[in-house]
Design a protein around this ligand. Structure first.
Ligand code: KPL
Length: 299
């Protein structure tokens, strides 16, 4: 398979690195990372240890061809990513496992075949040419536009075979909501407290806050018609925090690097839905305001 990964951050690099063992992979990323990969390969440490050899470039080459395009940029960059990927929009299958709500909608405005999903792997960007696979998690994929079950099963097999255990769902909207609730419960708190995910479940005060944020967000998901159970979602959130205990959440990594966070696609999406239903969400609103303040400080 010819795979193009647009966005060689932590998760994009992990997916591209693992897929490159069996497939022709081109990673599109920042210059320093691309230069390091071209020179020494992509070093993966932690739960997966390997020196992967994907091809890498800073932009999509003219006339590029791909069977699978993995969009792995931050949620706020999805729309601009699609302007660079327009040339592949009719021929390739697009896969998004990005955090936040709205990515698949944006991709589906241009691409004819779209698979949406979530992944709970914890990956830390160590530096140019190097990532740490800090926690293993489930990947779930489902149909968004122009794909059928056979396409999903084939893609699942490709991901499974690359060492990315994947499940197919027919209800990807529920999965996306469940994951956004998990991210809203872990990422802002880990980012503001400056702690790896594991501390959120080891520290009793932080754990109580994670659970309260999670219940509040799950109530919003239910108001949106998503069948998720609050207790089960709290359980899932703490399980993911435990399994990715050593990881610094992507939002904490963004603040560490002085970069913009995905708070608007995660907690912001929950607040917008809460407003539609007249639901009070004081904890999520406070976390949104605090992370936004750190975002603007960085900007
Ligand atoms: O999705 C994540 C993230 O950091 O964005 C988790 C699964 C919480 C891992 O840290």
């Amino acid at each position: 398979m010819r795979v193009l990964v647009f966005g060689a951050g932590a998760i994009g690099s992990l997916l591209g690195g693992l897929l490159s063992a069996r497939h022709e992979v081109l990673l599109i990323g920042r210059k320093a990372h691309v230069d390091a990969i071209r020179e020494h390969g992509l070093r993966v440490s932690g739960k997966t240890v390997r020196l992967a050899k994907p091809d890498a470039a800073t932009r999509v080459p003219g006339g590029a061809e791909a069977d699978l395009v993995v969009v792995a940029v931050k949620a706020y960059d999805t729309s601009s990513a699609m302007t660079h990927l327009r040339g592949l929009a009719k021929s390739a299958t697009f896969l998004t496992l990005q955090n936040g709500l709205g990515n698949a909608d944006v991709i589906g405005r241009t691409a004819l075949r779209v698979v949406a999903g979530t992944t709970a792997h914890g990956v830390t960007f160590v530096g140019p040419g190097e990532i740490r696979h800090a926690g293993v998690g489930e990947t779930v994929i489902g149909p968004w536009r122009g794909v059928d079950e056979a396409d999903l099963v084939r893609l699942r097999d490709v991901l499974d075979d690359a060492g990315i255990p994947t499940r197919v769902t027919s209800d990807v909207r529920t999965e996306l909501w469940a994951k956004v609730v998990v991210n809203a419960s872990i990422n802002p708190l880990a980012a503001l407290a400056g702690v790896p995910n594991g501390r959120l479940v080891r520290d009793k005060r932080l754990l109580a806050t994670v659970e309260a944020v999670c219940r509040e967000a799950a109530a919003v998901a239910r108001a949106e018609g998503v069948a998720i159970d609050a207790a089960e979602t709290v359980h899932r959130t703490t399980l993911i925090a435990r399994r990715t205990a050593a990881n610094r959440s992507s939002m904490l990594q963004d603040l560490d690097l002085g970069r913009r966070t995905e708070i608007d696609a995660i907690t912001g999406a929950i607040l917008r839905a809460a407003d539609r239903h007249g639901l009070a969400t004081p904890l999520n609103r406070a976390l949104h305001a605090l992370v936004k303040a750190r975002d603007s400080a960085a900007a």
